[in-house]
Ligand binder design. Structure first.
Ligand code: NZQ
Ligand code: ZN
Length: 384
């Protein structure tokens, strides 16, 4: 196992009827800006629960944050934060609202130039406005990590940053929020969390059996509980298990001390940037391609995954790898997510555009930093 440092200071408040606990978590006498998305929180009662709990608190609101949140929208909020001297941000919504809130928190206190640099030049986040979260959608793990992914509409770029400064002070996770999610968002959440695990697991062996088994337990939980949530949105226990699995998939624990890939995410972000495809759907397309093209360098782990997760024990190594990829595709498609580019009407020209973008960026992807633009092309062509 590699050396690592691990600290996760996010306080998780998990369970039924926990949203009212927000009152005890927000700082006293703070000027709070509540951030939210397109209005789902108004329809499902989450907004009302938050407002009832915070009756006595000075609060203003910033709504309209998009799925795949826009830099342009975030910068409008930054202006408000600065003008109104906001000193606490409360994110109420899914990963997009929380990611936007993290960027707003960092950009409002960024003094080294253009805040866009935080995303494109890895501008160091020295400080950020403190954040709290009420999470309404299990998927991203954003509620317990320091990551944020932002899209600049004017240039069609989707970029990420990460800083411990934007980890929420607390995140409230009431699994009842799952009850109002449309099928599509549940499926997206299952697949996003699944691929977060794969990015930290399907690499190469560093003799970390505990991390491997943590990862495998999350995959198995998603495979078992995900379909129950899809079948019955009011199954509280299934919703709770799904929600906690999604948080554990990307809170740093399973990634500590092991190699990490993230090629699927990097390539997927380009599909969202150019075609607006939901984040998880891009992962459902790209991951089988990465597994296929990297079958040699990921061999041991794909075989372990196939055996432990899907019970694949028969055949040659190549046949077992084919079967593991087929099982992965079958699982994604069983949730309702297609896994090929034509299924999303992505034309062949887009592959060329995406490959050209990676060629310009020079860096290589993957746990061995060995996926260059040529291999990215193979991965995408594998999905045509
Ligand atoms: O905008 P509103 O009206 O709130 O509706 C949202 C949105 O339309 C709706 N929704 C959320 N909770 C709901 C609900 N509808 C009914 N009932 C509820 N309880 O669902 C739609 C999607 O929401 P969104 O926040 O976009 O989804 P998700 O949580 O999947 O977030 C996706 C974003 O997170 C980024 C992705 O790139 C994407 O931009 N990611 C963030 C990561 C992180 N911070 O660590 C890691 C991930 O890999 C991912 O890249
Ligand atoms: Zn993701």
């Amino acid at each position: 196992m590699y050396n690592f440092e691990y600290k996760n200071p996010v306080k998780i408040i998990f369970g039924k009827e926990t949203i009212s606990k927000v009152a005890a978590e927000v700082p006293k006498n703070a000027k709070i800006l509540l951030t939210y998305g397109g209005g789902s929180i108004m329809k499902n009662g989450v907004y009302e629960q938050v407002m009832n709990a915070l009756k006595e608190v000075e609060l203003s609101e910033f709504g309209g944050i998009e799925a795949n949140p826009h830099y342009e929208t975030c910068m409008k909020a930054v202006k408000i934060v600065k003008n109104e001297k906001v000193d606490f941000l409360l994110s109420v919504g899914g990963g997009s609202v929380l990611d936007a809130t993290k960027f707003i928190a960092a950009a409002a206190l960024y003094e080294n130039g253009d805040p866009w640099d935080i995303l494109v030049k890895r501008g160091k986040v020295e400080d950020a406005i403190p954040i709290g979260a009420v999470l309404t959608l299990p998927a991203t793990g954003s509620e317990m990590n320091g990551n944020s992914v932002i899209t600049r509409v004017s240039t069609l770029e989707k970029m990420a940053f990460s800083s411990p400064k934007v980890m929420p002070q607390f995140s409230i996770l009431d699994p009842q929020c799952v009850f109002t999610l449309p099928d599509k968002q549940v499926a997206n959440g299952i697949v996003d969390a699944f691929v977060h695990v794969m990015e930290q697991y399907l690499t190469f062996d560093v003799n970390s059996p505990l991390q491997d088994r943590f990862a495998e337990s999350i995959l198995t939980t998603l495979i078992e509980e995900g379909p129950k949530v899809l079948a019955d949105r009011k199954d509280y226990d299934a919703a709770a298990n799904f929600m906690w699995a999604a948080t554990m998939a990307l809170n740093g624990l399973i990634g500590a001390g092991v190699a990490q890939d993230w090629a699927t995410h990097s390539i997927g972000h380009e599909l969202t940037a150019f075609h607006g495809i939901d984040h998880a759907r891009t992962l459902a397309i790209v991951l089988p391609g990465v597994m296929n093209i990297k079958r040699e360098s990921k061999k041991e782990k794909i075989l372990q995954y196939g055996k432990r997760i899907w019970g694949i024990t028969e055949g040659t190594d190549n046949e077992k790898i084919d079967a593991a990829i087929a099982k992965t595709v079958e699982f994604f498609e069983s949730t309702g997510l297609p896994t090929t580019l034509p299924a999303y009407n992505v034309p062949e020209e887009s592959v060329t555009k995406i490959v050209a973008r990676f060629e310009k960026r020079f860096y290589k992807l993957g746990e061995k930093a060995d996926i260059d633009h040529r291999e990215i092309e193979q991965i995408l062509r594998d999905r045509l």
